[in-house]
Design a protein around this ligand. Structure first.
Ligand code: NAG
Ligand code: NAG
Ligand code: NAG
Ligand code: NAG
Ligand code: NAG
Ligand code: NAG
Ligand code: NAG
Ligand code: NAG
Ligand code: NAG
Ligand code: NAG
Length: 286
């Protein structure tokens, strides 16, 4: 059931991602403006909620009635705009997807932070390093980790969330690999190095030393065949569904916008890619 809902979510995201391309000259098209509209919906909803809640209003304005009245006037002026946006059910459905993906991305970040904290308090070496050997701070961290433990356990037992986060992590790993590959290729290309560093041999040597480290990391990642085949599936799936992914995987450095929206991995694209990876993941398990 939970897996099903992740897939439903991602498939809905696929439709959005198709319209989420930016023209090469940076003109927004389709779902880019949908996203902007959803952000607007979120903003206006927040304003309306604030204006309707005296307790909250007092807190935010520090009991300043003048400022409270100004917020209420703004909310009242925004009401028409909000109800117009809300009357568009296509838009609202899209926004629900976008907000759900955003929320899950935030939850993944939180889960990762909580996991890191558990790891730190369980490892004296790391704990000493993080607290600079201050026992008071170490105790405070331990107390925090202990207080957060049950929230972490709840998150870790949510398979919808863990499936989503694992896909997101894989996508990040795939992106890192592409970046490392580019760095390694560039370090071997004298023409490109000379152009980038204007022939400064010190800078070139520094870059090559860094690229040697990148190569080590890349080799380790490439040796993980699960990861490489997931990246390959992801590339072909997103390449088929979005022009962005095709543009960025073709490593065209001129297409800055395509690279940006491809690399930033917009929420809806991640939703689309999620389906692709889950699908690939299922194939691998068979
Ligand atoms: C950008 O490209 C779109 C689609 O090709 C075109 O309609 C628009 O006029 C262009 N805008 C600019 C500022 O060049
Ligand atoms: C108003 O805001 C306060 C503070 O955030 C919250 O506790 C309360 O539930 C809100 N009241 C309503 C009716 O939403
Ligand atoms: C309330 O806010 C207004 C507008 O920001 C400000 O001019 C006024 O001094 C504030 N009143 C108090 C009592 O802080
Ligand atoms: C409703 O929203 C969608 C998605 O943003 C948009 O394509 C469509 O034009 C909107 N419809 C109306 C009537 O505004
Ligand atoms: C503890 O952390 C150190 C430094 O990050 C690491 O080298 C070591 O392997 C960790 N020990 C365990 C048991 O995880
Ligand atoms: C340890 O950390 C606490 C809390 O941050 C601080 O008050 C205290 O001065 C620190 N002790 C030392 C020895 O640095
Ligand atoms: C699991 O996580 C998803 C996404 O964050 C959330 O919508 C859902 O309510 C969670 N389920 C449970 C049982 O907590
Ligand atoms: C080196 O970089 C230049 C400029 O980007 C490119 O034209 C050339 O094909 C590259 N050479 C190799 C061997 O990749
Ligand atoms: C080359 O770069 C190094 C390190 O950034 C710098 O110190 C040095 O002055 C540069 N040499 C030339 C000839 O520009
Ligand atoms: C290989 O990659 C997969 C997918 O990202 C990951 O789950 C797994 O832990 C990796 N295996 C190793 C040995 O790092």
């Amino acid at each position: 059931m939970k897996f099903l809902s992740v897939i439903v979510l991602s498939l809905a995201g696929t439709a959005l991602a198709k319209g989420n391309n930016k023209a090469k000259n940076g003109t927004s098209t389709g779902a880019t403006s949908t996203k902007a509209q959803c952000r607007q919906v979120a903003k206006l909803t927040e304003l309306t909620t604030l204006a309707a809640n005296q307790t909250l209003l007092d807190k935010v304005t520090k009991n300043n009635a003048t400022r409270a009245a100004a917020i209420q006037a703004k909310a009242s002026a925004a009401a028409t705009q909000l109800s117009t946006l809300e009357s568009n059910s296509t838009l609202m459905t899209a926004c629900d997807q976008i907000f759900a993906v955003d929320a899950m991305e935030m939850a993944c970040g939180k889960m990762a932070r909580l996991e890191k904290l558990q790891e730190v308090v369980a490892n004296q070496t790391e704990l000493d390093k993080v607290t600079k050997n201050n026992a008071t701070r170490a105790d405070a961290l331990k107390a925090k980790a202990s207080a957060d433990a049950s929230e972490l356990a709840t998150m870790q037992s949510n398979t919808t969330l863990t499936a989503f986060c694992s896909v997101q992590q894989t996508m990040e790993d795939c992106k890192s690999m592409v970046k490392l590959q580019k760095e390694v290729a560039m370090a071997a290309n004298t023409t490109e190095l000379d152009a980038k560093f204007k022939g400064n041999q010190t800078k070139i040597a520094d870059f090559q030393a860094k690229a040697a480290k990148a190569q080590t990391k890349l080799t380790a990642m490439t040796s993980n065949s699960t990861l490489t085949s997931m990246c390959a599936s992801l590339k072909s799936a997103t390449g088929a569904s979005t022009a962005d992914a095709a543009a960025s995987s073709a490593s065209s450095s001129t297409s800055a916008n395509a690279a940006k929206s491809g690399a930033a991995g917009s929420a809806v694209q991640q939703g689309a890619a999620l389906a692709a990876v889950l699908f690939a993941g299922c194939l691998l398990l068979l």
